[in-house]
Design a protein around this ligand. Sequence first.
Ligand code: NCD
Length: 300
Amino acid sequence: MKHLISTRNITTKNLGNIFQLANQYKLKGQSDFFSGKIIASIFYEPSTRTRLSFESAALRLGAKVVSTENASQFSSAAKGETLEDTIRIISGYVDAIILRHFEKGASKRASDVSNCPIINAGDGTGEHPTQAILDIYTIYNELRRLDNLKIALVGDLLNGRTIHSLLTLLSLYKDNTIYLISPKELKLPADNLGELSNKKIKFIERDNLEGLLPEIDVLYVTRIQKERFKSKHEYEKVKDSFCLDKKMVLEMQKKSIVMHPLPRINEIAKEVDSDPRAAYFRQAQNGLFVRMAILEILLK
Ligand code: NCD
């Protein structure tokens, strides 16, 4: 692994290595693996978890961090510099770049000109590979298996980059059934769907959860991606398509889990938080350990 741009070239072996290291970091919290190294986090879009967990991960590994949290305004992008030029320059200063950008494909473009590893921390509606890795790590930690699962992915499947990356990883394991639940305007893009058909994993598209809650092992809820809509009206039409409340969670099996990459808006009621099935805060915490593992493996 030189760069981490997509989940498409990740293997179960790569995941096994990441899980093993992440488990170690969960126990010991830090190491001096990175002392003397410098990591840059360059974010052209808002972030709480991804940026701060990555920066904390780098610091806990003994690295130093330089960052631009609002690169569209506070880097030379505001003066008209291209992403390629910005990355060429920064990659001469640091040992790895964590990049979030509003354009699909931006991380790939960055990796084509970079002298150091690029980690895609979200490229528009494209992918969010490190989120998907921490998601699959969380599923394994909670349920102790990654095959023979029934998983419902709910919400904005069109624009949700976490979904695009996670589906590829779920399709590495056998006998999983994926329910793709979204309003018709926000269905999974044809490309992604085509890829799933090639992999022969079982998937079912629906626009509601009726009858499914008692069946599934994982309910992965996502935010309707307001910032990707052409108009406020289009967003308003679908924004409250799915709202999970306590009553619905009580229909789920005791051993099942509710996940969400966060931030949540209205799609999970706060009353769900105290239910043991609510795994989303544990999921966010896992992000720290998984990102420590990813940094270590990429920079080895
Ligand atoms: C996600 C993202 O940025 O794609 N957030 C995250 O990194 N945890 C999901 C979202 O913003 O809805």
